[in-house]
Structures are given as structure tokens and as C-alpha cells.
Design a protein. Sequence first.
Length: 286
Amino acid sequence: MTSSFGMWKARRILAIGSATTRARKWCGMARLFGRISGLLIAILLFAAGFGFTAWADEPFKDCGLCPEMVPIHPEPFLMGYDHGKAAERPARMVTLARPFAIARTETTYAQWNMCVADGGCTPPRHTRGWDQPDRPVIYVDYHQVQAFIDWLSAQTGRAYRLPTEEEWEFAAHGGANGPARKRVDGMGRANCNKCTPDWHHQTFPVASLKPNGYGLYDMLGNVMEWTSSCWVEDYQSDREADCTRRTRRGGSWYFDRYVSTATYRYGGLMDRVSYDVGFRVATDYP
């Protein structure tokens, strides 16, 4: 006959075994729940527009002083502004054909001087004494800009170019591209006329103020930027009718908040220079 102690010991072993089994079951269920939760979170992020490919799109540079390039994945966006100047109208939905990358900052004197030293560029016609290495280059015309781009492309093996004005405007909105978005201007966020308390009526070193939603600096203000697009008076005109002018974007230190916007457009003759006009480069991506 089994003793009372023996029966108690047997029941104790069974109880421990049952608890262990239950613990194993709970651990297995927890691991399964964790995997399912992770999958659900990933699905929800993907559905919300946070595609997995975007996580791998890191900024890149082809050399130490080369522009840092930020990959941009476009989506349909509202281009223009119906309540702005005639050149900004009519606002309409635009879809860019493919991804691109655009420089995080405007081209600096340090970058330009590297091209001059190598014989690929000519010095700017003037500087106003604002030619510190970290300030945006100014007084360069469209043809000089193209010479810099040709030199940079030859040095790196990558086909650089100017952004189109469609690419430029998409990037300038910094992700706020829905039909209900507000007009993005430079008030409180750009080096433009009376837009910030420390405005000094001249260019700032690049990246002195906060970036936009894409991590791009000085898309508004500082210097107006050349694009590759032919100038037209409004969006209903024939783009190829007269390409002696190219579109400039972004306003500058000289202009107020109403010009330093994501939608304001200005046409500049290709051989003209100014104390408030510079550029940033772009390239196809990937």
C-alpha cells in the first residue's frame, strides 16, 4: 500500500509537471502573439504609407565635399496656389514620374571653389564679401551652374542635374502635400525679409535654421534657386514656347514671406546673375 507521504509526493510531482506544461504553453502563446503583433504593426504601417523601402533610403554623398543627397519618393501633390500670383495659378494635382534625390543644402562656396580650383568653373562675378565656405554661392548664372554640374558629374560618375520646378516644389512642401494643405511660407522658418528676429539683410550659412519635413534646409529663403524648367507666365502656357528664361524658386533673404514660399515662381534670364540667386543639385534615384 502506498504511504500517505508517497501519495503526497506523487501529487506534488504531477502538480509541478502541470505547472511547467502550463508555463510552456503560455510562453509559446506569448511568442506567437508577439509574432502576430509585429506582423499586424508592419501591415498597419505599410497601409498607412510607411513602406519598407523608405526605411533603407539613407542620404548619400559621393565625396567629402560633395552635396549630401536626400532621396525623395514622390506621390500625387497639389502644385501651385489659386490665391497667389498669376504665375502660381491654377493649382492642380501633379504626379512625378519617378523618385529623385535632392541636395540637403544649397551649393556652398566651399563646393564651388573646389570646382574652380580644378578648372571646371569660373569664379562668381561678385561676392559682396559673403563668400565664406559655408554660405551659399551667389552671382552665378545658369550656364555657370551647368558647368559646375558637368564637373561634379564627371568627378563622381553620377549624372547630376538641376531639379525641375515640379520636383523642387514637391520637396519644398516637406511632406505636406495633401489637397487641404496650407501654403508653406518662410515666416519664422527661413532667412527672408523680416521672417526671423535675427534677419541681417544678407545670406546665412546653409543649414542655420530648422529643416523641413524631408530634412532639407533653406528651401525657402536664403537664396532663390535655379531649376531646369523653362519659364512660363502661368501653368496654362506652353512650357516650350520660350526657353530663354528658367524658373527660379524659393524666395531669398531679400524678399518677404509672400515670395519666400513653396509655390512662388520667378523667371530669370539664363545669363543674368544676382546677389540672391544660387542653386542646389538633384539626380535621378536610385
